[in-house]
Ligand binder design. Sequence first.
Ligand code: VG1
Ligand code: CO
Length: 543
Amino acid sequence: MTSVATTPYTGQKPGTSGLRKKVSVFQQTHYLENFVQSIFNEATELKGGLMILGGDGRYYNTHAIQTILKMAAAFGVKKVMVGENGLLSTPAVSCLIRKYKAAGGIILSASHNPGGVDGDFGIKFNTANGGPAPTLFTDAVYERSKSINEYQIAEADDIDLNHQHSCSIGNMHIEVIDSVADYADLMEHLFDFKTIKLLFTSGLLSMCFDAMHAVTGPYAREIFGKRLSANPDAVINGVPLEDFGGGHPDPNLAHAEELVARLNAGPTAPGFGAASDGDGDRNMILGRDFFVNPSDSLAIMTANAHLLPGYKLGIRGVARSLPTSRAVDKVAETMGIDCYETPTGWKYFGNLLDDNRITLCGEESFGSGSDHIREKDGIWAVLFWLNLIAVKQQSVEDITRSHWQRYGRHYYTRHDYEAINSEVADELMQNLRTQTTSLTGKEYAGYKVQLCDDFSYSDPVDHSITKNQGIRILFEDESRIVFRLSGTGTEGATLRIYIEKYVTDVTLHDMPTQTALAELIEIANDIADIKKRSGREQPDVIT
Ligand code: VG1
Ligand code: CO
């Protein structure tokens, strides 16, 4: 064990989900080590405890794992369970932490951000409940990173990550485990695999799951291929690659092109399509030539969960992030259950789940999950939908349309302006902030502002307060516009604008989304002066 002298780096402040930087930033001397040591120094429960370790397979994953193992041994971690080939999806880490009562886990991932030598890398710490470390913890790690002057590391050979076995570094025991088995078992426990399997074996349904060359490939092959006997071509891009095959592992209509093309291929297209992101916590759900908006997906799950074995006792409550549409609120209201509105990021759901206040939660950014773990879960969402299709014997489109018929439709879009100048973005937000009180009562093209504020969240469990989480403008007809800056980007600032409109009239449920929202999109631009300030005519990504 040796102590290595080091000096602090500025900017090791975790964002919405861990520390994300360009690979080249992580490759600077001691950069990774400084941050990992700062985590260890804060997470003293790891001393003498069990730690889970793995990542999404992107470039630098195995290098980071080898380094972290040696540092964990020097720190006094008792045992580390690491995924074979260094692979563990984010939900699998959460599952393992809970199942084996680990003190915490480290996940190497920049999630949906591109990978490879020129791409992004990231590191997240999850606590003993299996969830992302709360802000209080990440702030403390950041503070430590600002004054770090040494780190400890064991002088040892790299371990073999490529097959399952046990070994040790010093007194620390290491188990290289099957990345998939425990997670797949949990899924089998929650859903009716027999009924889903029958969908495939009877030829009623064929599916296409796009793993986007990211971490879910092995999970999808085991679960959809082996355990559920789906059609042989059910999984595409199923081999994890360090650069995700040059793609952008973000499951949306813009980035999962191959999947979308397959689902839109006419009457022979699969009846069900899905994709997940770099680290396996996001999901996109598609029907034949049909897209399910993630906010709608959460609402549909809430309305139907009681039909599935894992949720047959019903739903205690639900939560959604601020920018997620209020489709789920309508369902909660009808069911008479609580619906919480939280800031963006899964860490805010942890307390609500731990305190048994909610069963399901989700975000507009293609994330949904439940109390089975403490992370959002891509494959879980896919299985949820498959189980629902099996129970209802209806197509994805029919399930969604009948939901709209009953609860009304929330047209929803998100416009992202990526990598804009940070100062410009801050000014734009500041300008909105100063308008919050004066906007109330104003009318834009027939839309009257009912309320406008900078969202602040008071956690009902630990009473912590999180301020400045986004500007929300609520109109009298229940339309909404939300503005916020991304906390996961690695270049400049990304401005996100979220727009929704509630329509109950069924005859108006067939409009193209951007058309239905055109007036509100204009209003958002007027109020925030986006085009002029950003110098951009169009958003970079529309979801
Ligand atoms: C984005 C999403 C947010 C999500 C976060 C992490 O954050 O908007 O809903 O929780 O990514 O997801 P931001 O701050 O860029 O808007 V993942 O799958 O990248 O860990
Ligand atoms: Co992710």
